[in-house]
Design a protein. Structure first.
Length: 158
């Protein structure tokens, strides 16, 4: 099959468009794009959770359920995997009635930070809903290495 000059141009435009969409999708899920001002490290979160002063955050896990059931931050809630539309809807429903200044911490820990498909969509959704006190738990490698292995408090099951 031979393409005309116009056909070749249309094909090139379609290929470039697809490449741009693919690049946009990849960058949309990169946790590394979350500003450092919105991050909290595990040690800081443990201090906040153990403190007798100040507001306790609503801690929401946004990764795969199987990992949440194995081990999670005590008191955290499972919201559904945020890389799926159902998980995003569950998160929105959970927080929609909360004050916009509510202290919320979201986390995943399914994989290395730069590959996590869950925390960036969760952060984006909360920011779009107008929440102003959201922190994302920075888990560099995974929940096992950056939380469990460090001896931080952990809950199992539901």
């Amino acid at each position: 099959m031979t393409l005309s000059k116009t056909g070749k141009i249309v094909l090139i435009v379609l290929i470039l468009g697809a490449a741009i969409l693919l690049a946009s999708a990849v960058f949309a899920y990169q946790a590394s794009l979350i500003p450092s001002s919105r991050l909290i490290n595990p040690e800081e979160l443990v201090k906040v959770l153990q403190s007798t002063k100040g507001e306790k955050p609503l801690v929401i896990y946004v990764g795969p359920y199987v990992l949440y059931a194995q081990a999670h931050v005590p008191g955290s809630e499972y919201s559904g995997q945020l890389s799926s539309p159902n998980g995003l809807e569950q998160l929105r429903k959970r927080v929609e009635s909360l004050p916009k200044k509510k202290f919320i911490v979201i986390y995943c820990g399914c994989c290395p930070w730069n590959h996590c498909p869950n925390v960036k969509p969760a952060d984006d959704a909360l920011q779009a809903m107008g929440f102003t006190n959201v922190k994302v738990l920075y888990i560099a490698n995974n929940f096992g290495a950056d939380w469990l292995d460090k001896g931080y408090p952990t809950a199992k099951g539901e």
